[in-house]
Design a binder for this molecule. Structure first.
Ligand SMILES: CC(C)(COP(=O)(O)OP(=O)(O)OC[C@H]1O[C@@H](n2cnc3c(N)ncnc32)[C@H](O)[C@@H]1OP(=O)(O)O)[C@@H](O)C(=O)NCCC(=O)NCCS
Length: 181
């Protein structure tokens, strides 16, 4: 049996790679027989969490899922394969990338249908945040994703600050208006 070190200083991207394949059944589709967007987001969340579990070896929660483009429809009967890995680890959070392909079972043609970035936060059973190992990129692609993850974190923080300012400005306006509660 291979024991995995639970708290190393760093892990490789390869050690976090995860994969899931689903066959699309009638319950997963809309009235046109296309995979529901929400169902695909559920698969993305699960596959992303697998990579985060492998990196942190503790409980994780989804803190954020970035913008997703549904590039082309997935049809009833297709095989959907999702692959995930951690792009970068910060203090208690990890950015995970998930890429999704659909395969037509009769023709064997496979196409990229969606991609997403998610942030997971490691916590213990009492909900306290846990420090995660750092991630060591080993290939040029892994390094590109590692550097991109820092830029995306800065963009998320800037966007969160912008939304907070907008909420405060709106609250101040509502508070000062005669009809404000
Ligand atoms: C995610 C959660 C644990 C963050 O808690 P918090 O008290 O706001 O934490 P902090 O602001 O101190 O941030 C902790 C880390 O989370 C990251 N984070 C928090 N909110 C984030 C967001 N919206 N997007 C990206 N990262 C986020 C921070 O950058 C920080 O990362 P770091 O430790 O690597 O520097 C908390 O908001 C939560 O429990 N949310 C609900 C999660 C959930 O129920 N998900 C769905 C089911 S799994």
């Amino acid at each position: 049996m291979n024991a995995i070190e639970t708290n190393p200083a760093a892990r490789t991207v390869a050690s976090t790679q995860s994969e899931m394949t689903e066959i699309i059944l009638p319950n997963d589709t809309n009235t046109l027989g296309h995979l529901l967007g929400g169902r695909l987001m559920h698969f993305i969340d699960l596959t992303g969490a697998m990579a985060a579990y492998r990196h942190s070896r503790t409980h994780v929660v989804t803190a954020a899922m970035d913008h997703i483009d549904f590039i082309r429809p997935v049809h009833l009967g297709d095989l959907v394969t999702l692959r995930s890995s951690v792009n970068r680890a910060f203090n208690s959070s990890m950015e995970v990338g998930v890429k999704v392909w659909a395969e037509n079972t009769r023709t064997g043609v496979t196409a990229h249908v969606a991609s997403a970035y998610l942030v997971f936060v490691a916590i213990d059973a009492e909900g306290r945040r846990q420090r995660v190992p750092q991630l060591t990129p080993e290939t040029p692609d892994e390094l590109r994703r590692f550097e991109g993850a820092l830029r995306r974190r800065e963009l998320r923080e800037a966007e969160a600050a912008r939304r907070k300012d907008a909420r405060l400005a709106m609250a101040a306006l509502e508070g000062s208006s005669p009809s404000g509660e």
